[in-house]
Design a protein around this ligand. Structure first.
Ligand code: KG4
Ligand code: ZN
Length: 365
């Protein structure tokens, strides 16, 4: 398709309400015309996690205004838009309904095509927008809702090489923080506390290390943290710091093993790749400096390029949803019918086996 395209993107799958206008030139070069994100962090922080009903209601309240704002900042009106892309899964069903129904209504009223986008596809294709990455590449998504290692072969062509069999990594950080009475979201709090800690004090488990399958598991680690904290209670600040540092070390060691195997497997499958092999990281946990340096060191060891898009585009946003829509449109993928339904579960790789507990996120204990 040799034409300039412009899409309005809508994202409401979890606790960020977002709208964006993104363009793609005929040669594939992107321009982000606007990028509006409203985080619901405050609404959920008192509960130590995302509360689905609160999230859905907050999306309803904010989305119209946010879409107006995205159009205004992009200096365009709806008639200047070629299509609408709305996240239709996976995620919390209430939020998905709000975003997808809004997208459908705009599509219906304006006569523009609708792309119902898989949220994970948004994360998977972001590195093409930010770094112009060529296919194939490996993507590690580590957020509050997902922990997946995905082979990105092309638009619409994904293989899930690994996923969590219980908690997502961000969730493990959040739960660890909660049981140490640190604030939500737990990731930044645990990382901060770990700076003053002794990572060798506790020998926490490194789940699934050595397994040939590339899955992840973090609930045992969380249990080990709880046991350690209970045994030495009441906790001093130093105890908390030592637990956080030891937890982070165990996570890094686990990732080193799992991702290291993934890089080896990629090299065996694709000995020659345009521009060299690359590992992309996405999701809020990608902000963690120890995890970043672990991934960077692995990439150096195996000769991979380490691509970490700016955090704003690594975490949930509507730019990535618009971009996924643009990539599909440019590849000639037909738009979706207006009767398309949201899906709380929607693996990118339809052939991947269903695993209990993957990517379920909510205000659980
Ligand atoms: O991608 P994201 O912003 O949102 C969703 O998951 O929807 O990721 C948020 C997750 C939270 O679990 C948070 O604790 C974690 O990312 N996180 C971190 C850090 N910053 C955020 N985890 C570890 N270290 C961090 N510095
Ligand atoms: Zn996400």
């Amino acid at each position: 398709m040799a034409r300039f395209l412009r899409i309005l993107g809508i994202e409401t799958s979890c606790d960020e309400t977002a709208a964006a206008v993104v363009e793609r030139a005929a040669d594939g070069v992107p321009t982000v015309r606007s990028d509006v994100v409203l985080s619901q962090l405050e609404e959920h922080s008192a509960y130590g996690g995302v509360v689905p009903e609160i999230a859905a209601r907050a999306h309803v309240e904010a989305l119209d205004t946010l879409i107006d704002e995205a159009l205004k900042r992009a200096n365009v009106s709806l008639s200047d838009i070629d299509a609408i892309a709305a996240t239709s899964g996976p995620g919390l069903i209430g939020g998905l309904l709000v975003g997808l129904m809004t997208g459908k209504a705009i599509a219906k009223a304006s006569g523009k095509p609708l792309y119902a986008v898989n949220h994970l596809e948004g994360h998977a294709l972001t590195a093409r927008l930010t770094d112009g990455l060529a296919f194939p590449y490996l993507m590690l998504l580590v957020s509050g809702g997902h922990t997946q290692l995905i082979l990105v072969r092309g638009v619409g062509q994904y293989e899930r090489w690994g996923t969590t069999i219980d908690d997502a990594l961000g969730e493990a950080f959040d739960k660890t923080a909660k049981l140490l009475s640190l604030p939500y979201p737990g990731g930044p709090a645990v990382e901060q506390a770990a700076k003053n800690g002794n990572a060798n004090r506790f020998d926490f488990p490194r789940p699934l290390v050595g397994e040939a399958k590339l899955n992840f598991s973090f609930s045992g680690l969380k249990t080990a943290v709880r046991q350690a904290a209970t045994e030495i209670a009441p906790l001093t600040d130093q105890d908390v710091a030592d637990i956080c540092a030891s937890f982070q070390r165990a996570v890094s060691r686990t990732l080193k093993d799992r991702i290291g195997r993934g890089l080896e497997r990629f090299k065996a499958a694709y000995p020659q790749v345009d521009g060299g092999p690359a590992l992309v990281v996405a999701g809020g946990v990608a902000a963690n400096l120890e995890i970043r340096s672990t991934l960077q060191a692995l990439c150096d060891k195996y000769g991979f390029r380490f691509v970490a898009p700016p955090l704003r585009l690594c975490t949930d946003n509507a730019v990535m949803i618009a971009w996924a829509g643009l990539e599909r449109m440019a590849t000639g993928v037909e738009p979706d019918d207006l009767d398309v339904q949201p899906r709380s579960r929607w693996p990118l790789d339809a052939g991947a086996e269903a695993l209990l507990g993957f990517g379920k996120r909510g205000a659980k204990a």
